[in-house]
Ligand binder design. Structure first.
Ligand SMILES: NC(=O)C1=CN([C@@H]2O[C@H](COP(=O)(O)OP(=O)(O)OC[C@H]3O[C@@H](n4cnc5c(N)ncnc54)[C@H](OP(=O)(O)O)[C@@H]3O)[C@@H](O)[C@H]2O)C=CC1
Ligand SMILES: O=C(CO)COP(=O)(O)O
Length: 338
């Protein structure tokens, strides 16, 4: 059945999902704060800054008026980088209050908030009144926008404490190339999504420095061990980390040139400066900010995250990457299984 869906955020992922939802037969309004981008999407059906090869459906309606996007929507999908999420959610809350609206809210944001270390669903629950929302659904998993745009086979997770809401999102989003599984572990899905970006930067850096397959496999495996450790300390189900929003997303991000986090790491490995890498990416590199949040959180919770700590020193304290790698490799020898 066709649903009315609002998508907030017209970057790479938001605009690609909005287009896919139109092709799934839904009535979709895509909100962007940028009027020029809205005009390009409506008139030329392109979004060249974010998705240079995608021609969008002429049934997709873009708008820079959030109230217009949201009016009457039964489902609202939020695809805003972590840094802007609270502000957009606050704006949305005012509109929902005025309309007396109670939609199902889904987000696809992958990060942790600076200083508070909150997960995206926690930020959304704080910013959007309980009377104006149901449980939050997390859409996560190995899903580069570039692959979904060309209808490559993709499988993701819809996680929600209320499994009926996860089921609803599973049905709305799934099609013959995009398969959605459900999970009730929101904490695990969000920690997996946020923390894999740190490891992806590390994997790119290793490649930029000239390391090979063994190094990448070691980083991914031991990276997953520390992602799971932090997630479980906050109540995540350890099984989630061997699922799509765990190892699945880690593998795709840590092995693909489509990943902005991997590309950032690669350039750092090749000797470029962080500010320069951020400036030239033109899209969000969530892992840079999540490294700081996760490093601080791991100290606070006394959870060992040696790879995250090494990357923190490289990104925020100017340590040479090669030194950080030697330090990692010369730590006390330990058991693989805790
Ligand atoms: N790209 C991908 O393949 C995937 C991305 N994700 C996650 O989705 C989230 C969004 O990523 P992605 O779409 O790739 O990011 P992009 O950098 O491609 O786009 C970000 C979008 O968010 C908008 N935006 C940023 N801050 C604000 C704000 N304060 N108010 C309003 N709009 C804002 C930007 O607007 P403007 O252009 O005006 O700056 C832009 O439209 C991230 O957390 C990412 O990790 C998840 C799965 C896949
Ligand atoms: O989360 C993603 C794919 O699942 C996107 O990763 P990047 O942000 O590294 O491009």
């Amino acid at each position: 059945m066709a649903e009315q869906i609002a998508v907030l955020g017209a970057g790479s992922w938001g605009s690609t999902l909005a287009n896919m939802l139109v092709e799934n037969g839904h009535d979709v309004k895509l909100w962007s704060r940028n009027q020029e981008q809205v005009d390009q999407l409506n008139n030329e059906h392109v979004n060249p800054h974010y998705m240079k090869d995608l021609v969008y459906s002429d049934k997709l309606v873009a708008t820079s008026d959030m109230a217009d996007a949201v009016k009457g929507a039964q489902v609202i999908l939020i695809v805003i980088p972590t840094k802007g999420l609270r502000q957009v959610a606050g704006q949305l809350n005012k509109i929902l209050e005025q309309n007396n609206q109670r939609p199902l809210i889904v987000h696809a944001t992958k990060g942790l908030e600076q200083n508070t270390y909150k997960r995206p669903s926690e930020m959304l629950m704080e910013e959007i009144n309980e009377e104006n929302r149901r449980d939050i659904v997390v859409l996560s998993g190995p899903s580069h926008a570039e692959d979904v745009a060309i209808k490559d086979m993709t499988a993701v997770t819809a996680a929600c404490a209320n499994i009926n809401d996860a089921d609803k999102i599973q049905k709305l989003f799934s099609n013959n190339y995009f398969r959605v599984y459900t999970n009730n572990d929101v904490i695990g899905a969000e920690f997996g999504a946020a923390l894999k970006n740190i490891i992806a930067i590390g994997a790119g850096a290793l490649q930029g420095l000239g390391y090979h397959d063994n190094a990448r496999a070691a980083l991914i495996t031991r990276g997953l061990a520390e992602i799971r450790r932090l997630g479980v300390a906050f109540g995540a189900n350890p099984m989630t980390f061997i699922g799509l929003s765990g190892v699945g997303d880690l593998v795709v991000t840590a092995t693909s040139k489509n990943s902005r986090n991997w590309r950032a790491g690669y350039q750092l490995g090749q000797g470029r400066k962080l500010d320069d890498v951020i400036e030239h990416m033109g899209m969000v590199i969530e892992g840079v900010y999540t490294t700081k949040a996760a490093h601080e959180l791991s100290l606070k919770r006394q959870v060992k995250m040696p790879i995250t700590d090494a990357l923190y020193r490289v990104l925020y304290e100017g340590e040479d990457i090669k030194n950080a790698i030697s330090q990692l490799m010369s730590r006390d020898l330990t058991s693989e299984i805790e």
